[in-house]
Design a protein around this ligand. Structure first.
Ligand code: ZN
Length: 147
């Protein structure tokens, strides 16, 4: 899992915050090389879910993270509105018919992420951008080539 140092440091603060309430973070995705975004776009060319490679994704900048909450006692993921990478309207934070518990959990994740300087993406409950992501450039370094 790769992130810009500043972003990783903020994320570790979130981790410490949620540990106090018996929860942990489970990270699905962080940095993603630009060429991967391009492949994803070829499979799903829908800007609601995949970044247009012409502009690049915040994941390509190492400034976005996809994650959920887990219960530290059981190690299980908390119920959330949908599975990760479920590209449907139900994945949206403002979808009106979420199960109340799932909505509570998603709001809890949002609260803790925003508190430490991340902004949520409306269409995907699991995705957060680091505030200030614009200052990081697009990268296309393969995972095994990162120093
Ligand atoms: Zn994402």
């Amino acid at each position: 899992m790769l992130l810009r140092r500043e972003v990783a440091e903020k994320l570790s603060l979130v981790q410490q915050d949620v540990e106090k309430i018996g929860l942990g973070l489970k990270v699905f995705d962080c940095y993603r090389p630009w060429s991967v975004t391009k492949q994803m776009w070829e499979i799903l060319p829908d800007p609601r879910y995949v970044a247009n490679p012409e502009r690049g994704s915040r994941h390509n900048r190492g400034a976005a993270v996809d994650l959920t909450l887990v219960d530290l006692k059981t190690g299980k993921e908390l119920p959330m509105p949908t599975d990760f990478d479920d590209f449907t309207e139900e994945a949206a934070r403002d979808y009106p018919d979420h199960d109340p518990e799932a909505r509570r959990n998603s709001n809890l994740l949002g609260y803790h992420m925003e508190r430490r300087g991340f902004e949520p993406l409306v269409t995907e409950w699991w995705h957060f951008d680091s505030v200030g992501w614009q200052k990081f450039s697009l990268l296309d370094v393969q995972m095994d080539k990162v120093p």
